[in-house]
Design a protein. Structure first.
Length: 286
């Protein structure tokens, strides 16, 4: 009896642990549960597994609350402006200038909300890897197109490229990968400063292909670098305000295709973002 009780003692903590599944576990509760797991492998494994499940649920609930709060904050501003301009129109219905200005503002804010909702929908889709379309994408040609696009939309910036004269393929989707590169470049143009130039480099080894997008702009403060891939995070650097979803989408797409994205930046020295994806051979011709 004594041996059995000592062996199963960690399992007695599961009663309290299961009770916490219906409410928020108190601070330190999971740590105490793990410490009480004891030296018996079977009971410790079971106890730790359930404790990990509770921890995961708590993190998910926290992320969900933060997401709802951030999304509500982003949508509140355009809705407030739409309501304000609509009320102004009813207060001054005979003033054509006010009506036209109100309608323009309402349309702009509706476009902003639609863009935000489109980005949220895309983010939800790309975070489900089974929903990501896949094909063989030739990286060098795609990066050359992105460089040409930047030269058109920002003619006052200098765009340089270092793209090898060969075909390098990755398993992704051309539209999604183009969105990754455009989001990174747009971030540099918006937050790198008015004189920031762009450099696009493609490197490869037998196993991976690396797309390096760099600028010589203002850089990112140390306190912001760890959070740039978070949803709704926007830097308070005085740049163009955005939804805070661009780099979150970049991270979700790249990791969804089995790659990685790394950001390096120093204030006053520019920013470099490296997207790495597994290399594949050319697509078979039919």
């Amino acid at each position: 009896t004594l041996v059995v009780r000592r062996t199963t003692r960690p399992l007695s903590t599961l009663t309290d642990l299961v009770a916490t599944l219906g409410e928020r576990p108190p601070t330190g509760a999971m740590r105490r549960v793990r410490q009480s797991a004891g030296k018996y492998r079977e009971s410790a494994t079971l106890t730790n597994a359930i404790a990990a499940l509770v921890d995961r649920r708590a993190r998910t609930e926290t992320e969900l609350r933060d997401f709802i709060a951030n999304a509500s904050h982003e949508l509140r501003t355009p809705l407030t402006k739409i309501q304000g301009w609509s009320e102004l129109h009813f207060q001054r219905p005979s003033q054509i200038e006010h009506t036209e200005r109100a309608m323009r503002s309402i349309v702009e804010e509706c476009d902003r909300m639609r863009s935000l909702l489109d980005q949220l929908t895309l983010l939800a889709r790309v975070e489900a890897p089974q929903q990501l379309p896949t094909e063989h994408v030739e990286v060098c040609a795609l990066c050359a197109v992105i460089a040409e696009d930047v030269a058109v939309i920002a003619p006052d910036r200098t765009v340089t490229t270092a793209i090898p004269d060969e075909e390098l393929f990755v398993s992704a989707h051309a539209d999604r990968l183009a969105q990754v590169l455009r989001n990174i470049v747009s971030n540099s143009l918006a937050h790198g400063g008015p004189a920031a130039d762009i450099q696009i480099t493609v490197e490869a080894d037998p196993d991976t292909v690396r797309m390096v997008l760099a600028d010589n702009g203002d850089g990112i403060p140390a306190g912001d670098r760890e959070r740039v891939f978070e949803r709704f995070f926007t830097s308070a650097d005085g740049g163009v305000a955005g939804s805070g979803l661009g780099l979150a989408i970049v991270h979700a797409i790249v990791t969804g295709y089995g790659g990685s994205v790394v950001l390096q930046s120093e204030p006053g020295c520019g920013t470099q973002v490296t997207v790495t994806l597994p290399r594949v051979g050319a697509a078979p011709t039919s």
